[in-house]
Design a protein around this ligand. Structure first.
Ligand code: COI
Length: 331
């Protein structure tokens, strides 16, 4: 059995090598992403392990299938960049890693919320300028707030556990109800109800056609004044222009964004200076004291990276051997 792994970063390589040694399976690691220019490297392999934010296009998937490769294992959770028609047409079986570390995402989400609530970015800035005054940067306490969780999958539930640890009241909206949470009476009946009740809105939904720009002008208008918005999930969930308007008029007190709708090609790039970042709307957000932007790093912990690599390789091995695996994605 021979597996090719695309887009392997230096921080992933030791985990890949360890797996290959432990399993006695040849894994070819290439640093390039899977695209038109690199797909031919897969010829002669039995399966491919991939991770990238840019699209897995129909023509690349058609070529991969023409080499007899039908086992495709993603190292991440989201499958929104995969051409579903090409997957079905070519008879691919695709796996993802749905739980590489829900805590990694949840911990950064709550960290950023706490930084916003306690105004630490503002104090850091004041202190660097020699200003040790308290006022006017009085803080808010999470323990007195209601947090509205949007989607109660693994990440939403991990975030929920931490919010509860701070003493916050937690409510949630999801079309699928988790039986345990149902018993706790945590679910509200509609997003409108969540908007009306939540002081903090914590997004943990995948991107779908239906929820594109879920948070738009209309949604913001239904929220409490001074609501805090957290998005460690997918950029497409928020209409960025509407968020900027809601920040400008004070409806939104602040936001922590680990994702951004136009992040592809921007995040995980060193532009050399702030001014050189080629996205004025993103810079508008980044300049604000009450907005914290991180470049899609919530997943980026040692635990998560190791699990992404090794779980994806396990999935791919299982697919090649048996035609199916634990984490098969339904398209
Ligand atoms: C995912 O797993 O879908 C993510 O969003 C994390 C990715 C940047 C590795």
């Amino acid at each position: 059995m021979k597996i090719i792994a695309y887009g392997i970063r230096d921080d992933e390589k030791p985990y890949l090598d360890q797996w290959s040694k432990d399993q006695g399976i040849e894994v070819k690691a290439v640093s390039e992403l899977l695209d038109e220019d690199t797909v031919s490297l897969a010829e002669g392999y039995d399966g491919a392990v991939v991770y990238q934010q840019k699209p897995y296009t129909a023509s690349v998937l058609d070529k991969l299938a023409s080499y007899g490769i039908k086992s495709l294992s993603l190292r991440n959770v989201g499958v929104d960049n995969v051409d579903a028609d090409a997957i079905k047409r070519n008879g691919f079986t695709v796996t993802n890693v749905p739980a590489y570390s829900p805590e990694a995402i949840a911990e950064l989400t709550v960290t950023q919320l706490m930084r916003l609530l306690r105004r630490t970015p503002v104090f850091d800035k004041k202190q660097a300028a020699g200003n040790l005054m308290w006022a006017p940067d009085i803080a808010d306490e999470l323990g007195h707030m209601t947090v509205g969780i949007v989607a109660t999958g693994r990440i939403g539930r991990a975030a929920m556990r931490i919010y509860k640890g701070f003493g916050a009241k937690v409510i949630a909206y999801d079309v699928f109800h988790n039986p345990e949470l149902e018993k706790e009476g945590i679910y509200v009946d509609s997003m409108d109800e969540l908007y009306a009740k939540a002081d903090v809105i914590s997004l943990h939904a995948p991107a779908t056609k239906e929820n594109e720009h879920l948070l738009n002008d209309d949604a913001f208008s239904k929220m409490k004044d001074g609501v805090w918005i957290l998005n460690p999930a997918r950029g497409a969930l928020i209409d960025t222009d509407a968020l900027i308007r809601a920040l400008d008029n004070g409806k939104v007190a602040g936001a922590a964004l680990d994702v951004y709708e136009d992040e592809v090609g921007i995040f995980n790039t060193d532009f050399g200076s702030f001014d050189a970042i080629p996205d004025e709307r993103l810079k508008n957000l980044m300049k604000r004291d009450n907005v914290l932007v991180t470049p899609h790093v919530a997943f980026y912990t040692r635990t998560a990276v190791k699990n992404m690599v090794q779980f994806a390789l396990n999935n791919n091995k299982q697919l090649i051997e048996t035609g199916t695996a634990e984490n098969v994605v339904k398209f």
